[in-house]
Design a binder for this molecule. Sequence first.
Ligand code: ADP
Length: 372
Amino acid sequence: MAEITLKGASMTYPNGTKALTDVDLTVRDHEFMVLLGPSGCGKSTLLRLVAGLEKPTAGEVLFDGQVVNELEPLKRNVAMVFQSFALYPHLNVYKNMAFPLKSMKLKPEEIQRRVEEAAKILGIEHVLNRRPRVLSGGQRQRVALGRAMVREPVVFLLDEPLSNLDVKMRLELRDQIVALHKRLGTTFLYVTHDQAEAMQLGDRLAIMDTGRVVQIGSPQEIYDYPNSLYVADFVGAPKMNFFASLLRTDGQNWSVRLLGREFPLPAERIDADAAGFSAGMRVIVGVRPEDFQPSQREDAYTAAVGQVMPMGATLHVEAYIGNQRFLVVLNNHTPICEGDALRLEVDPRTVHLFAAEGGQNLLLPPRKGGKA
Ligand code: ADP
């Protein structure tokens, strides 16, 4: 078990590609940390720095407070699981899993104990004699996980391990990975570009954008308070709605125009000086589709309903006010059809506010334990 820290870590590949810039990140002992970001933002490179497959061109990688920049991969006792299962096709499952232990020169009884225990935890005892090619994708990935587990590493590094699997298998293995982490209690660092996967798996997420870590927090913290337009656009499904607007003030309170109406901003979340507020400043108001509520209020918005998409537990409803199109998530029992008029309200405490220039979140973080 280990705490992993990157301090000012940068990585420029020999061809000049700057893959990481000044990354500060601590993965706590026992923690399940997910690196989330679009393809090419540097997630795999960060994992490779931790594994020791690459050396940072600046900064440090530390395990439990000790700098390991010069420590070779084998001595770091990390296990990596990749998207491609990378099993040996000519060896059966047992031998595939035992392989790393043989090179560690463990006693045969110890090897057998570890392989059988891992196989039991992963539910693959019945395929130990089979070759990888006759296994399903899910089984192969379990074998790859098992091969990583038997080494009893101090940290698991998982690089998009589920992305080659079909949807059903992916969901099943997600649950298994959560259970595996709970059971092993080892530090996990997991890479994905899939925000739903990240939200389910991570104790905390580190959101990445072009080589930088731009926000770190629990899935709930990031969902409640994305610190930039970039993060807001990336986390949450369906996506947050964005509305361009201008800041207004009566000298005391701040508001925006939202969907043709004056809309108050929550005073307790505003530090106007710190946020650089000025009347007329261009802003982007963010409202999550699930934060539009059906309303009987007299001052409710009236939207025209476009397409209604049943999603099982919920309905995704396309709504229009004037020429603004946005998405609303409603309970699946809501009686609603295309062409209906839909009355909606938005609790001011649930809106997000970003600078049109720069994209930073302009509100103060919500207090813990509530939306406001
Ligand atoms: P991600 O895992 O988020 O998709 P990567 O860490 O694989 O991102 O890549 C980050 C950037 O570094 C990309 O621009 C990629 O093309 C580049 N890159 C990755 N590996 C190498 C390499 N070995 N040599 C040169 N550039 C690389």
